[in-house]
Design a protein around this ligand. Structure first.
Ligand code: NAD
Length: 416
């Protein structure tokens, strides 16, 4: 089975596990196992050399019972409809868990942005919006950034949507630059939210964050900010970080800002002065208190879970742990902060961006951070309390709360 269908299989498995506790009928479960709407698009793009290349893209609107759907857009060579569908399901449960008035969606384009010029990425971003224009909009479905897309890409997408609509529609996309209706605090929201959850977990487990070692798998938008904030907010020692080319380790701790500068100038974290090179696999098996997967799905599996030594696994990536990997971690007593809980900060602040766009206002960063902190704290504790009370693990608790809310909305709307 390919890794993309594995993620989809696992997301369905988590739904199935919580369905019994929620006493869902087979019909209800069957409905929740399928997206409500899917679109495949072919995107012809004029390349810099004069040729035309046709890219394949997707948009999945998984469930809109709680509100307009919302979810990021991924530009990745290995993207598939199955991955997009699984990520759209995760967005649905995530929005519900964090009590946002939103459904879940996801989008993607099969491409390698590292091989495209700035202008080619712009043309591709605009082509994608033209392809999905009919099914998105501030009251329908609001895209945002994900892997290998960023605020500049969101600015082009919002501009293209606005051109097609014949007016400025800033609320059509979130994760925009702040000068174009983007929200203060969106750039580090996913990582910051994850760290607030880590702080709650550390308190429950009696872990002293100041004395904690942290390893971060994936040093992109989420991973970099997670490393930076772990050191800045809590004084943790960031002993290892990695990117797609490999990992680096320093027992004395790394300076994430300096490593980021180095990565920007050399293209990778590898060979960072004063650190030891490791493989990505070795990073996952380091003796640390906190492990933060922040790259892609399926990195902790039945093959390596037994060697994972962390006390807290903070899933800032979507779907980093397989069902089989998780069973091993659970039996070894690793405290998992599941993805739909841990990385909800991104969509929470994207929701704040929507609210600001609707009222043409801009909130101060401090207000955004304190609201984010309150919401993450509340979400973490509701999941933790549910898990303790019902003797289920953190993921089952998170799914049960989230799916229960979507089911209630569908019942109240008379869908089921
Ligand atoms: P990004 O593109 O900024 O960074 C991805 C990082 O992963 C890069 O450093 C890349 O080098 C690294 N990577 C890729 N393949 C790897 C591999 N095989 N081994 C190790 N590292 C690898 O993406 P991002 O926005 O930081 O997203 C990372 C994860 O967080 C994804 O799972 C995404 O779905 C999830 N997420 C992102 C947001 C957000 O706000 N951006 C919100 C919620 C969840």
């Amino acid at each position: 089975m390919g890794s993309s269908s594995k993620l989809l299989e696992d997301v369905k498995q988590h739904l199935c596990t919580c369905a019994a506790g929620l006493k869902l009928t087979p019909d209800m479960e069957a409905f929740l196992e399928m997206p409500m709407r899917e679109l495949y698009v072919s995107l012809p793009v004029h390349m810099d050399d004069g040729s035309i290349k046709v890219f394949k893209g997707f948009r999945v609107q998984y469930n809109e019972a709680l509100g307009p759907t919302k979810g990021g857009i991924r530009f990745h060579p290995e993207d598939t409809m199955e991955t997009t569908r699984a990520l759209a399901a995760l967005m649905t449960w995530k929005c519900a868990l964090h009590k946002l008035p939103l459904g879940g969606a996801k989008g993607g384009v099969i491409c390698n942005p590292k091989e495209l010029s700035h202008r080619e990425i712009e043309r591709l971003s605009r082509a994608y919006i033209r392809g999905i224009y009919q099914i998105i909009g501030p009251d329908r479905d609001i895209p945002a950034p994900d892997v290998y897309t960023n605020p500049q890409v969101m600015a082009w997408m919002m501009d293209e949507y606005s051109k097609l609509a014949g007016k400025n529609v800033f609320g059509s996309i979130t994760g925009k630059p702040t000068s174009l209706g983007g929200s203060a605090g969106r750039y580090d929201a996913t990582a910051r939210g994850g760290l607030y959850a880590i702080r709650e977990a550390a308190e429950k487990l009696g872990i002293n964050l100041k004395a904690s070692r942290v390893a971060v798998h994936g040093f992109g938008n989420v991973g970099y900010h997670a490393a930076y904030l772990a050191k800045k907010l809590f004084g943790c020692k960031v002993v290892a970080v990695s990117d797609s080319k490999g990992a680096i380790f320093s027992a004395n701790g790394l300076d994430p800002e300096d490593v980021s500068g180095y990565k920007h100038s050399t293209g990778s974290v590898l060979d960072y002065p004063g650190a030891e090179n490791l493989t990505n696999e070795e990073l996952l098996e380091l003796d640390v208190e906190i492990l933060i997967p922040a790259s892609l799905e399926n990195v902790i599996t039945e093959r390596n879970a037994v060697r994972v030594k962390t006390r807290i696994l903070a899933e800032m990536a979507n779907g980093p742990t397989t069902v089989e990997g998780e069973a091993i971690l659970n039996s070894n007593g690793v405290h998992i902060i599941p993805d739909i809980l841990c990385n909800g900060g991104g969509v929470i602040v994207s929701y704040f961006e929507m609210v600001q766009n609707q009222s043409s206002t801009q909130w101060e960063e401090g207000k955004i951070q304190s609201r984010l902190e309150r919401q993450m704290k509340e979400a973490y504790n509701s999941v933790y309390d549910f898990a303790s009370k019902n003797n289920v693990n953190m993921r089952q608790a998170a799914y049960t709360l989230a799916v229960g809310r979507v089911v209630e909305a569908m019942q109240l709307r008379g869908w089921i």
